[in-house]
Design a protein around this ligand. Structure first.
Ligand code: AGP
Length: 614
């Protein structure tokens, strides 16, 4: 949602904060700010702006004296507005009444109105519409000489979620940070400490990081770091060595992170398969599940929970677990899950799917599942993310950092992991070694299948540009192509702002077909699979209403040619693998439509990469 950076040490704080915020800009980018302190100062210097980090950097150039060396400590923030418009006044950091304390916050304070009324009654004046500002004044009210104690007391009064960083003129060189529901990572490095919402803001200075747990408070002064709980009990958190570096989060010559990440899919998928496929026994080895064959054989039902693109991946996963493992599987909207008082039978397995591992609704579903006794597995991309840690077991995608707000390589990696899990579970049940071997061999082809689609990028670009000015579009599919259609529609709408709907192909005639005319293109994933004939019938229905039809079809399958206006070809592959080439084609289609429409692409309006609030 928002990005936080804090620094204590002797380097140039301003440049460290700005470069860190740039790495976090994908999390939210409607306003930004920094609070700096120089040892000779008596007060904090705060620079804030609406707009992006580039605007903040320009403001800092204008407002900060070029001769002053801000070292010792500072905090910074890039915002995705939840309370109050994206204005300079609402940008973080927020000051305390006496301007001695500055705070940056990621999350939502649910009882802020009550606290604000209490503080106003005590004579505090507010300068923003945000919930976060109450934290700054509350820390001041609680301050009695010990900054960490003041933060601890203040946080105890809050209801909601927070990842915060706090500095005070009374404590030069010290940054206090805390988390509850919004991630905070601490970068350890000689005589300095960098604190941020995620590792991408830290990894250029150090790869030794500590992920705080909910309730942790870190007090850092230079390289001295102490972690306590909100009851001031010291705790030890193991450091993690991050295995990727900044050039992986640079664009690598591509115009956008999204295009880079689309092209990374063959390599990312190969990484997700490496060392896991067992062709001899026709099964898969996934160590992180910590499930014995007996455990897997006993699972009566699988509940998948996720949001957005991860939800559509879960829809594919449902088919896998039912088709190959014979286990009933439900895909649940994570946002609904905890409020439904879900029925979870003993030995049920819950799978939380989340690229970021920080999506608030999915995290809440994990906690609900754990409370009801489910075995909860996380499928995450970010190592050490909250969902991964609270699930306590599962599978990492190892797809590398996904910076573009639109999820691409995470989706194909997620369904690959679920195919692996389905084979593994299936082999403890009725899936034979022979069929398991066939599936494992087909999975081994996935990187080359993905690469083959990327080779058609130029053709896809031409087709995308042909339809780029439409106002509406439909994606329709059957079976495994139904979630693929939903994902294609989401990709198109979230980066090109073109209205797009995903529908089951058979559902069109139950109403939505009323919307079709010559101005509404229909994209139809229709690989050469058993239900192709029915989908061709649906294509004919669309063309009868003069809608242009764009087929995503198997190389060499000429049955399609007479029933569409344009064809995007994908390699021939097994039905269960087909969502991967289809969705990669849809990703490229959406990308080039958005590019033709001059859209932002990596940071679409109104969106954030990780939705860490309900
Ligand atoms: C995907 O393109 C979207 N940006 C969004 O739907 C995303 O998939 C959703 O917010 C879930 O995120 P997660 O996978 O990090 O939990």
């Amino acid at each position: 949602m928002c990005g936080i950076v804090g620094y204590t040490g002797n380097a140039d704080v301003g440049s460290i904060l700005v470069s860190g915020l740039r790495r976090l800009e994908y999390r939210g980018y409607d306003s930004a700010g920094v609070a700096l302190f120089a040892p000779e100062d008596a007060e904090l210097t705060v620079v804030k702006t609406s707009g992006k980090i580039a605007d903040l950097s320009a403001s800092m150039q204008e407002e900060l004296p070029a001769t002053k060396h801000f070292s010792s400590m500072g905090i910074g923030h890039t915002r995705w507005a939840t309370h109050g418009a994206p204005t300079e006044a609402n940008a973080h950091p927020h000051w305390s009444q006496n301007h001695e304390i500055a705070v940056v916050h990621n999350g939502i304070i649910e009882n802020y109105a009550e606290i604000k009324a209490h503080l106003v009654a005590k004579g505090y004046t507010f300068s923003s519409e945000t919930d976060s500002e109450v934290i700054a004044h509350l820390v001041e009210q609680c301050y009695q000489g010990d900054l960490r104690a003041a933060v601890t007391t203040a946080l105890d009064r809050l209801t909601g979620t927070y990842g915060i960083a706090v500095i005070s003129v009374k404590h030069p060189g010290t940054v206090v940070a805390a988390r509850k529901g919004s991630p905070i990572v601490v970068g350890l490095h000689d005589d300095e400490t960098i604190i941020a919402s995620d590792v991408s803001a830290i990894v250029s200075r150090t790869k030794q990081v500590v992920f705080l747990d909910d309730g942790d408070i870190v007090t850092a002064t230079g390289g001295d770091v102490e972690i306590t709980t909100t009851s001031s009990t010291p705790v030890t958190r193991e450091a993690t060595l991050i295995d990727w570096d900044t050039d992986e989060i640079e664009k690598g010559g591509f115009d956008h992170f999204m295009l880079k990440e689309i092209h990374e899919q063959p390599a990312a998928l190969a990484t997700g398969l490496r060392g896991r496929l067992d062709e001899t026994d026709g099964t898969v080895r996934l160590g992180g599940l910590r499930l014995t064959p007996q455990d897997m054989a006993r699972i009566p039902r699988i509940i998948l929970a996720a949001c957005g693109t991860s939800y559509y991946a879960g829809m594919v996963g449902k088919y896998y677990f039912e088709d190959f493992a014979g286990i009933p599987a439900d895909i649940q909207q994570a946002a609904e899950f905890r409020y439904r008082n879900p029925i979870i039978e003993p030995d049920s397995c819950m799978i939380a799917i989340s690229q970021s591992g920080e999506t608030a609704d999915t995290l809440a579903a994990v906690r609900e599942g754990l409370m009801k006794g489910a075995t909860v597995l996380g499928i995450c991309n970010v190592v050490g993310s909250t969902i991964a840690r609270e699930a306590g077991r599962g599978v990492y995608l190892h797809a590398g950092p996904e910076i573009g707000v639109a999820s691409t390589k995470a989706f194909t990696a997620q369904i690959t992991v679920m195919a692996e899990m389905a084979i593994m579970f299936g082999r403890t049940r009725r899936l034979s070694a022979a069929v398991g071997r066939d599936m494992v061999r087909e999975l081994a082809r996935v990187p080359e299948i993905a690469a083959a689609v990327l080779e058609r990028e130029a053709e896809i670009k031409v087709i995308a540009e042909k339809y780029a000015q439409a106002n509406d579009a439909f994606f329709i599919g059957r079976g495994y192509m139904f979630p693929a259609a939903l994902e294609g529609a989401l990709k198109l709408k979230e980066i090109s702002y073109m209205h797009a709907e995903g529908y089951h192909a058979a559902e069109l005639k139950h109403g939505p077909i009323a919307l079709l005319d010559e101005k509404v293109p229909v994209i139809v994933p229709v690989p050469d699979l058993p239900d192709k004939v029915k989908t061709i019938g649906n294509m004919q229905e669309c063309r009868a209403r003069k809608s242009p039809v764009i087929a995503i079809a198997t190389e060499g399958d000429s049955d399609i040619d007479a029933h569409c206006d344009d064809i995007i070809r994908i390699p021939r592959c097994h039905e269960f693998v087909a969502p991967i080439p289809v969705v990669i084609a849809e990703q490229l289609f959406a990308y080039y439509v958005a590019k033709a429409r001059g859209c932002e692409i990596d940071q679409p309006r109104n969106l954030a990469k990780s939705v860490t609030v309900e």
